[in-house]
Design a protein around this ligand. Structure first.
Ligand code: ATP
Length: 315
């Protein structure tokens, strides 16, 4: 069993003329992991994917797939990497089986069972003999994934896999991604603007911003990294100033009954001391509550507001 990471990018830089699209990005994706790649428009996601697929050369830096160097052992590496980066195209007058068969016959023979097994992996085994022209958009997306899985794929790259799918299709795609990673140990790198979707399907998330990595954490670490506490107090600006928590104070809003809601963001270990400081300063506390932050809040905090066109619908 190969214990090498599925994907390892080291100090990856890409320059287009004077523009730096990627600036020293490190990335590590483990086998069987679903890895989310996020960032506002222009953050460098597509550039990173193009480099990992060997479609463009980096200005500097390394890409290794299961321990092999992409640029010196390209042929062996590419065989293990599958991708769906745009809506996949098929021959509509051929069946699902025939489309995949045609594809492999262009390169090398694969046993019939292998094609059927791959169709089964994406839930299309029952319609293997149906013409693709009769498929829904969601079924074609699944067939695209089957196509990407057919070689010896152990690293699968999906760029916006739920684009154009309805809520049922999105839920189905989520289950499919989970299944192929868990049951087949395939590492999946998913790029998406749908934060709710990433939150539900990914084990780990990287956020790029202006070509730099600003976040690289497991979802659990992300949500627990900075505790956010909400404190409901009787307004007393002088007492609040005495508490000396300006650095942690994210917002302070008046709420009904003349009370004030303070939001404090600080490391988990400092929460008790912060509560003591508020009490010692003379603030009357009505309620203290811990909140976990969702991915949308984390994303907005680490990328500039107004610059992104991230959709925040959570399916
Ligand atoms: P989106 O979410 O909009 O797809 P992205 O995160 O995929 O954005 P990239 O497409 O990687 O971002 O682009 C990163 C930066 O590099 C952008 O500023 C883009 O204009 C620039 N860029 C990308 N490709 C080229 C190219 N071929 N020539 C010049 N600049 C480029």
């Amino acid at each position: 069993m190969n214990s090498e990471p599925a994907l390892l990018c080291g100090e990856l830089c890409k320059r287009y003329g004077r523009h730096e699209a990627l600036r020293g990005v490190d990335l590590r994706v483990e086998p069987g992991q679903v890895f989310g790649l996020l960032g506002p428009n222009g953050a460098g996601k597509t550039t990173l994917i193009r480099l990992v697929l060997g479609l463009a050369l980096p200005t500097s830096g390394r890409v290794r797939v299961f321990g092999r160097d992409l640029f010196t052992e390209r042929r062996e590496v590419i065989r293990q990497v599958g991708a769906v980066v745009e809506a996949p195209c098929f021959f509509p007058y051929l069946t699902a089986f025939e489309n995949l068969h045609h594809l492999v016959s262009l390169t090398r023979a694969l046993p019939r069972e292998r094609i059927l097994d791959t169709l089964d992996a994406v839930g299309l085994a029952p319609v293997a003999e149906r013409k693709v022209g009769t498929f829904s958009y969601g079924m074609k997306q699944r067939l695209g994934i089957a196509q990407a899985l057919l070689p010896d794929t152990r690293l699968l790259i999906l760029d916006e896999p739920t684009n154009g799918l309805d809520p049922h299709g999105i839920a189905g795609m989520r289950n499919l991604i989970r299944r192929i990673s868990q049951e087949r140990g395939i590492a999946v790198l998913v790029s998406s603007h749908l934060l709710g979707e990433i939150e539900q399907v990914c084990d780990r998330v990287v956020i790029l911003h202006h070509g730099r990595k600003v976040i690289d954490n497991s979802l659990e670490e992300l949500q627990n990294r900075d505790a956010e506490i909400e404190v409901l107090v009787e307004p007393d600006p002088a007492a609040l100033a005495r508490a000396g928590l300006d650095g942690a104070l994210r917002s302070s809003d008046g709420v009904e009954d003349g009370l004030q809601l303070l939001r404090l963001s600080l490391p988990e270990t400092e929460v008790p001391a912060a509560v003591r400081a508020l009490v010692a300063a003379g603030l009357a506390l009505h309620r203290v509550e811990r909140r976990t932050r969702n991915l949308e809040e984390i994303f907005l905090q680490h990328t500039e507001r107004g610059e992104s066109d991230v959709r925040i619908d959570s399916f």
